[in-house]
Design a protein around this ligand. Sequence first.
Ligand SMILES: [Zn+2]
Length: 111
Amino acid sequence: MIVNCPQCKKPMSSVAPLCPKCGFARGDVTEEQLTEFQRRKLRDRIYHLKMTSYFAISLLLAACGWYWWESSDFSRPPSAVPIILVALGTVGYLVTRVLLFRAKKALRKLR
Ligand SMILES: [Zn+2]
């Protein structure tokens, strides 16, 4: 049977001891189940961070290409957009790498 989690209102199995979304515990939960939940959450997080960092690096490369292409045309002034995108891609990539590093460290601690 599917019920709604009392904490986050997301659907969950009525036999599951933990809500898969927020970790809300219904009844007795063993240490092992809690650890497994945290591990799964971290693996999810690492997956999403990896996707974000791939996106950031693609943005960075595309913006570099754009900048290079624009700067080869001396007849008009270069626009600021590719430079802003390069900056955004770099910052986004660095931030996701730091978050990834921290999430991986936290996952190692759970093992
Ligand atoms: Zn929940």
